[in-house]
Design a protein around this ligand. Structure first.
Ligand code: G6P
Length: 362
């Protein structure tokens, strides 16, 4: 397996770097000869006829579900709920009249998710598994499957599967929205936008040294750290915090920036690192206010932002992409921050303690 790693010290870094390639591969795999989306029409029709989408997943895949919620709603006009498999199994929400289930699972083997799939199959509801592994249990047992074409993901901390899942859901949502004649979907040139995302990822990946320096400065010795953002930036904050926790063991949380003042701001002390993600103008100005609030309580702040801020401040500038796809780009520096923090703290990036790549027990 060392050969597959090539010159990379860890699989995680290799897999982070592969993300632009995965985006381009998804464009190839899902684009038809006339630039239309090439997805089983039966799947598209069944999705389009449902009145509510239930995304069920664990861990990073669950975070990918959150990051796809808005884009699915905007492009298809169908409401989306995101659920943790282990909660859904024992506390099933009231279902709509025509539910459609999406199981997100990199491995396709997660027991918590499979348990829910068995139940919804019994109830006769249509289900789609989006997975990296053809022929996996969840793929075999769901009526429909879409593949991530991301190549094997070896590092326990998931990276390219997260971005792959969001990208596949954007392609699917485009197809469903077009089928339903939704204007927003007609105007959304998904394959072109994903190519722009791939280039944006490339440029962030080429900015590795800058991100490493920031990781050294912010995360080398801290006990805890916070990510904040609003709407899609909040959802990425949850994934960014999970990545940091999983491998560097820094106690990290992703907070909705507006909710800080309602309690969690009590955690901010002198020198606490707070990383803010800002890709949206409207919510961005509010998040900037929240940054000032934590700074005045002593926090050390890093801004991951689409537009360069005039004020000299620690920042990572994100290339501009379609707003519905911002998560695909804003997550990349947070993966690199987690990776570098872990190296800096002397831990094994690919094999964090207590975690398994796929969990086949409930
Ligand atoms: C495990 C892994 C996580 C992963 C989760 C869901 O807990 O450590 O990284 O996100 O399972 O895995 P899945 O294969 O279903 O996406």
């Amino acid at each position: 397996t060392d050969i597959e790693k090539g010159t990379y010290p860890f699989y995680m870094l290799k897999e982070i770097d592969e993300q632009p390639t995965v985006m381009r591969r998804l464009v190839q795999e899902y684009q038809g000869d006339n630039h239309q989306v090439n997805i089983d029409p039966a799947l598209v029709a069944e999705f389009a006829q449902s009145d509510r989408i239930y995304i069920v997943a664990c861990g990073t895949s669950n975070n990918a579900g959150w990051s796809a919620k808005t884009l699915i709603e905007k492009l298809t006009n169908i409401p989306v709920e995101v659920h943790l498999s282990s909660e859904f199994a024992y506390d099933m929400p009231l279902l709509s009249a025509k539910p459609f289930f999406i199981y997100l699972s990199q491995s396709g083997e997660t027991a918590d998710s499979r348990q829910v799939l068995v139940t919804t199959n019994k109830l006769g509801h249509p289900a789609l598994t989006i997975t990296n592994v053809a022929g996996s249990t969840l793929s075999r047992e769901a009526k429909h499957t879409l593949l991530l074409y991301a190549g094997p993901e070896i590092a326990v901390a998931s990276t390219k599967a997260y971005t792959g899942q969001i990208a596949v859901m954007s392609i699917l949502a485009k197809a469903v929205g077009e089928y339903k004649q939704i204007q927003a979907a007609k105007e959304f040139d998904v394959f072109h936008e994903l190519s722009i995302v791939a280039s944006a990822m490339d440029s962030l990946i080429n900015d590795k040294q800058h991100i490493k320096d920031l990781a050294d400065e912010f995360l080398a010795t801290t006990r805890n750290a916070f990510y904040i953002g609003r709407s899609n930036d909040y959802y990425v904050s949850m994934e960014a915090a999970l990545k940091l926790k999983e491998i560097s063991y820094v106690q990290a949380e992703g907070f909705a920036a507006g909710e800080l003042k309602h309690g969690t701001i009590a955690l901010i002390e002198e020198g606490t690192p707070v990383m803010a993600i800002i890709t949206e103008e409207v919510t961005g100005s509010h998040t900037r206010g929240n940054i000032k609030e934590v700074e005045s309580r002593g926090a050390k702040t890093l801004v991951i932002v689409t537009e360069k801020l005039a004020k000299p401040t620690d920042q990572i500038v994100l290339p501009t992409v379609h707003p519905l796809l911002s998560s695909l780009v804003s997550v990349v520096p947070t993966q690199l921050l987690a990776y570098n923090a872990t190296i800096q703290r002397g831990y094994d990036v690919d094999k964090p303690r207590n975690l398994a790549k796929s969990v086949t027990v409930e």
